[in-house]
Structure formats: C-alpha cells, structure tokens
Design a protein around this ligand. Structure first.
Ligand code: G6P
Ligand code: MG
Length: 216
C-alpha cells in the first residue's frame, strides 16, 4: 500500500493560476509585451524566473540578470497583493475531501509546489493543517521536470519513492513524479498528461480507490 500522497498545489488543490496570470499580465503590459491567457498556459508549473524568461521571449526582449531579478521581484509583489484576497473559496472543488480521504486511508500528505509562496498560499486557503509536510521550493536545486522536489517530500515524510503517489496538473510535474519513481496521477487533459499512470479531468473527479489500487 502507498505510504504517502504528494500533491502539487497550484491547479491541483488551489485555484491560483488566475492570480499568477494577472500579476504576469501587469508586468507584460508594463513592458509592452502582448501576453494572453492562452500564453499563460505554458507557465503552469514553471518557476518564477523561468516564467519571466518565457514572457521576455514572447516579446523578443533580452535583459541582463539584474533587470530580470527586479522584474521577477516586482511580479511577486503584485502576486502577493492578489494573494491577500485569497480565501477558502479558492480551494478547488473536491480538494479538501481528497486530502481527508487520503489521510483516512492512512497516507502521509506532502506538498511539492514550485512556488516559493506555497506556505502562504496554504495558509490563505485554510489548508495548512491538512498536510504533514510542505517542501521549500527555494531549497530545491533543480525544478520540475527534475524529480528533486518530489524526492525531498518523500524523504521528509520517511517514505520510499515507490510507496508514494504524486498528483500534478502540469506535464513537467507528471514527468517529475515519474522521474522520482512514483505513481503519477494527472489532473487535466489526458493528451497533455499522457505520461501519467491515471488521469482525471478535475480534482473533484479523482477516484481515490482507483488510485490506491495502483500501489505495487
Ligand atoms: C507554480 C505555478 C507557477 C508559478 C510557480 C512559482 O508552479 O504553477 O505558475 O510560476 O509556482 O511560483 P512563485 O510563487 O514562486 O512565484
Ligand atoms: Mg500546478
């Protein structure tokens, strides 16, 4: 049986993608770069500097490290302003019941988010008490699709990777789970998340019994 379930945060448990989009859109507007909600899809699961680089590339803009760091910090300021408006209402449908069913099934629960704001997002969403461990993205060397953050979670929870199941809405995240040697559950479109062992369209549709049967 599985010992731990490790969850991505943005797009799996919490509806924060819109807040990231609004903050990046503000930066893009300031730079005169056209940036649509469609462009924003490519930023799912991508860390802060990687996201900025993607937007700069859209505008064909080349900036030095200092300028890029200033923009990334400015975006985070906008995001933190938006985060102040986040409430329990931004928890995705089915997320709370998924966490509590997993806990009832005897699993330890971890969060493997690329966001350096993960702890604050969990607090705003009222989910802090619902999980056992939150990985610190700032201390992880290689970002998704590298397995590092999922392995860090497993190790902190005292679980061997083969005894873990990971949940992700981003293709890079599913790749990270598989690279960690874990069972991967995708949340979203099955063509985009083809590498996952099992895919559900939304968090609310996750059938935990089917997931638990994937345990080796
Ligand atoms: C998650 C989100 C991304 C975001 C990244 C970094 O992976 O899906 O959209 O860019 O976290 O978030 P941060 O809060 O550290 O800027
Ligand atoms: Mg995500």
């Amino acid at each position: 049986a599985f010992r731990a379930a490790i969850f991505d945060l943005d797009g799996v448990l919490v509806d924060s993608a819109r807040l990231h989009f609004v903050a990046w859109k503000q930066i893009a507007d300031e730079l005169g770069i056209v940036f649509s909600e469609h462009d924003n899809e490519a930023l799912k699961g991508v860390d802060r500097m990687g996201s900025l680089d993607h937007i700069l590339a859209l505008g064909g803009l080349r900036l030095d490290v200092a300028a890029r760091e200033e923009l990334a910090a400015r975006k985070n300021g906008y995001y933190l302003d938006a985060l102040a408006t986040m409430t329990r209402a931004d928890v995705l449908p089915g997320a709370l019941s998924l966490l509590s069913r997993a806990r009832t099934a005897g699993l330890l629960l971890g969060i493997a988010s690329a966001s350096r704001n993960a702890t604050m997002v969990l607090e705003r969403a009222g989910l802090s008490g619902a999980v056992d461990f939150v990985a610190d993205a700032g201390k992880i060397a290689r970002s998704k699709p590298a397995p590092d953050i999922f392995l860090a979670c497993a190790s902190a929870l005292g679980a061997s990777p083969v005894d873990c199941v990971g949940f992700e809405d981003a293709a890079a995240g599913v790749s990270a789970i598989k690279a960690a040697g874990m069972v991967a559950v995708g949340i979203g479109a099955s063509d985009i998340l083809a590498e996952a062992d099992l895919v559900f369209e939304t968090t609310a549709q996750v059938d935990l019994d089917r997931v638990l049967r994937l345990s080796s």
